[in-house]
Design a protein around this ligand. Structure first.
Ligand SMILES: [Zn+2]
Length: 278
């Protein structure tokens, strides 16, 4: 993984980012979104277009009709049409499952769907290659590293933890009360706190109360960027695309995204398409 020598800040000089990734599109997504919106948080929702009221009479799921309004301001991503174990399928079926899901979802959205979560979190090299060929930029697994590091491979994207993880609040406390620079002087990037799950797992009032307690703790903080998975992908890729002069005194940002960094402990914003001098 290429990283330049500068410390990657998030947009507007923030040192941390928080994102959510939720699968299957159960009807509980509606209440979850209400809470995300109430606290100014952002998430990504990985949907199976074959299991919706319009396609399979599944009334315990959200409908295709409502996805553009329900998930507005968040990200809709692929979870395949029928939720198979992709690693047991031939490449042709993997491609069909991914492309048809993209096509079905994109019919109801005004952007290309580029993100994904693997059904059951399982994959192999054939799956990764097929997804890449279908225009998928990142895909989430079910691995948890209990850390705030960046993904090494976008098509094997791990999480910090599942929301039901017993370490959720320990990780949240550290996330709000410390900072990457304080934790290690060798830090090269801002922190990424990545939480995943399924909203149907919130069954009782206590479950929802625990979630809201977490939201209260991590929301409305000046040093945190609240973003969807694809916004984080696009931003990190923009940072990695920076082009430096040989003596490292000038840097060009060839992308369409403003990039923020620390160069020798000083903050810089490198506007989209511009060249900056340190
Ligand atoms: Zn799933």
């Amino acid at each position: 993984m290429f990283m330049n020598n500068d410390f990657m800040l998030y947009p507007n000089f923030k040192t941390k980012a928080l994102t959510f990734s939720y699968d299957d599109g159960p009807k509980e997504d509606r209440h979850f979104i209400e809470l995300l919106n109430k606290y100014g948080l952002k998430g990504t929702f990985n949907l199976n277009s074959g299991f919706m009221p319009e396609t399979k009479n599944e009334n315990d799921r959200v409908s295709l009709e409502e996805i553009s309004s329900l998930y507005e301001g968040h990200e809709v991503a692929v979870h395949t049409v029928h939720h198979p174990f992709l690693e047991k399928m031939p490449a042709s079926v993997i491609v069909t499952e991914v492309l048809d899901d993209r096509r079905n979802l994109e019919k109801h959205l005004n952007y290309p769907v580029r993100g994904m979560a693997y059904p059951f979190g399982t994959y192999n090299d054939t799956v990764i290659e097929a997804c890449k060929n279908c225009g998928i930029k990142y895909s989430r697994t079910t691995e948890a590293h209990h850390n705030y590091i960046l993904p090494e491979k976008w098509l094997k994207m791990p999480s910090t933890c599942h929301h039901a993880d017993e370490r959720l609040f320990e990780l949240a406390d550290k996330f709000v009360n410390s900072s990457p620079k304080k934790e290690t002087r060798f830090a090269t990037h801002g922190w990424l706190f990545y939480v995943w799950g399924h909203t149907y797992e919130f069954r009782t009032d206590e479950d929802w109360a625990r979630l809201e307690k977490f939201f209260k703790l991590v929301s409305k903080r000046d040093d945190v960027w609240y973003a969807t998975n694809i916004e984080i992908y696009d931003y990190i890729e923009a940072f990695r695309a920076l082009e430096y002069s040989v003596d490292l005194s000038k840097v060009h940002n060839p992308t369409g995204i403003d990039v923020y960094l620390l160069h020798e402990e000083k903050q810089y914003k490198i506007p989209a398409g511009e060249t900056a001098k340190f």
